[in-house]
Design a binder for this molecule. Structure first.
Ligand SMILES: Cc1cc2nc3c(=O)[nH]c(=O)nc-3n(C[C@H](O)[C@H](O)[C@H](O)COP(=O)(O)OP(=O)(O)OC[C@H]3O[C@@H](n4cnc5c(N)ncnc54)[C@H](O)[C@@H]3O)c2cc1C
Length: 459
């Protein structure tokens, strides 16, 4: 008799696991059932800001594989609009509710993949049902937001609450839709994923495209007129608006896991080993935004909810379930984003992370350009490196600049992943031609500067 794999969550991690398991085991050997409570499978939440802005015209362009493709090409029984409400580990069953009104089903499993993603932070003031308040976690959220933008009376003003990368991307998207946008951030600066000196460059770029930035300020409530939001309430008075977008971060979606007794780590994510097996629970796997992973530089547990990790972790789980061998080796915190043409990349530790982890370090900032100075289109590029003292090992890097800045972080990520020192890095054989870099690549200039800074601390 075929064994049975049940997957909870039909997006990046869950469907990567299901498809990898299918590639290795045919339907006579492994029956696969995936439960998804939403309307879509395998879609790119990462693309939502670009769909909102209009750069990506159609919602369906964000869908990599729909349920029909999974059913027909992968023989995966995808049950859409089915929410799993309980996991019974003793009976090896899940209970799912048909959100289309079809009642409850119980399904047996031999193997379970828990891939429920993350839950966006939603303060009490945003739970009032007032019209015009949106999250951007799912395609349904995106559709609701787009419908509001296109409804009458047309919104002219927006407040984005939270200045993380999603808040910044949404602020830009709304500017591109012609709205007047205010971004409210409780901290002293938006873009706290990079150090304050680098975040300042991003803040300047945001202001330059017309985003009003209010920092050190919390939204504490809403004002409404006829059921529609008319202002957000802050300690410095109301900010009038026609819509509010929430970008306040996420936490692992572990309610079901917790109720079933799956172990959670210190960050709140499901605890897994490097093969994505849930620690101490045979036959149960977890992947994606719902799990905790390890930071390779500090060795500490972290929760880093990114699509790049969700896809890799799901793939690892699926290969292992399929009978192969694969491991997820942790993260180093590499991430990229942009504000219009200004690109931002980071990897490894920020100064405050390095300090908290107890490292001694130097940090340097090198100013350079993305192309040879004389070549048309040459623009500034700022590279920051953080290197351990006295070893010189690279601990972290950040880049802000115009074209070719964001993906240059990958060079630094590879160096960091492999434990290179800044001294090693000065010898790297990086490509040079005037349209792509100055003769000394910005990465090499920064590495040389870090070597000098280390030498200066020796004296
Ligand atoms: C606006 C935005 C921009 C982003 N940009 C980037 C980016 O540029 N780069 C990057 O790396 N990452 C980005 N991300 C993050 C990335 O989208 C997530 O890390 C990724 O989607 C996580 O995949 P996942 O499968 O773990 O979880 P999810 O994509 O959240 O999928 C989990 C699925 O489980 C379903 N589910 C949950 N509970 C149940 C249940 N009980 N029963 C049935 N189904 C259930 C949910 O409906 C959901 O479809 C972005 C996210 C957002 C919101």
């Amino acid at each position: 008799m075929a064994q049975r794999l049940i997957v909870i969550g039909g997006d990046a991690a869950g469907m990567a696991a299901a498809s990898q398991a299918r590639r290795r085991r045919d339907r006579g050997d492994l029956e696969i059932v995936a439960f998804e409570r939403g309307h879509f499978t395998s879609y790119s939440a990462c693309g939502i800001p670009y769909w909102i802005s209009g750069l990506v015209p159609e919602r369906d362009e964000l869908i990599a594989r729909d349920p029909a493709t999974f059913r027909e090409k992968f023989a995966i029984d995808v049950r859409m609009r089915h929410e799993v409400t309980a996991i019974d580990l003793d009976r090896r069953e899940v209970v799912a509710r048909d959100l289309g009104g079809g009642g409850e089903v119980r399904e047996r499993f031999d193997t379970l993949v828990y891939a429920t993603g993350a839950v966006p932070t939603k303060p009490d003031w945003a739970r009032t049902g007032t019209g015009g308040v949106f999250g951007v976690q799912t395609l349904d959220d995106g559709a609701a937001l787009r419908a509001w933008l296109e409804s009458e009376p047309r919104p002219r003003r927006a407040v984005v609450v939270g200045g993380g990368y999603i808040g910044v991307e949404m602020a830009e998207a709304l500017i591109q839709r012609g709205l007047s946008v205010t971004l409210v951030e409780q901290a002293e600066q938006p873009m706290s994923t990079v150090d304050p000196d680098m975040a300042e460059l991003v803040t300047d770029a945001m202001r330059a495209i017309g985003i009003t930035i209010r920092t050190g300020l919390a939204v504490t409530g809403l004002e409404e007129t006829d059921g529609r939001v008319s202002a957000v309430v802050t300690a410095e008075g109301p900010i009038p608006t026609d819509m509010v977008v929430l970008g306040l971060g996420v936490r692992p979606n572990t309610a079901l896991a917790e109720a079933a007794g799956l172990p959670l780590g210190v960050t709140g994510g499901v605890r897994v080993d490097r093969r994505m097996r849930v620690a101490g629970v045979p036959g149960v796997w977890a992947a994606g935004d719902c799990v905790e992973t390890v930071h390779r530089v500090t060795g500490m547990p972290v929760h880093v909810p990114l699509g790049t990790h969700a896809n890799k972790q799901g793939r690892v789980a699926g290969i292992n379930i399929g009978g192969g061998y694969a491991t997820f080796l942790g993260v180093i915190g590499t991430a990229v984003t942009k504000v219009c043409d200004l690109e931002v990349g980071r990897t490894g530790l920020r100064e405050r992370d390095a300090r908290a982890a107890g490292f001694e370090f130097v940090s340097v900032i090198a100013q350079s350009t993305n192309r040879a100075g004389y070549y048309p289109g040459s623009r500034p590029m700022t590279v920051k490196l953080i290197a351990e003292k006295p070893s010189g090992r690279l601990l972290g890097a950040q880049i802000v600049g115009w074209s070719e800045a964001a993906k240059r972080i990958d060079t630094l990520a590879v160096a960091l992943w492999n434990g290179m020192t800044v001294d090693d890095m000065t010898a790297l054989d990086l490509g040079y031609a005037p349209p792509y870099a100055p003769v000394w690549d910005p990465v090499l200039i920064a590495a040389r500067k870090a070597v000098d800074a280390l030498a200066a601390t020796d004296q």
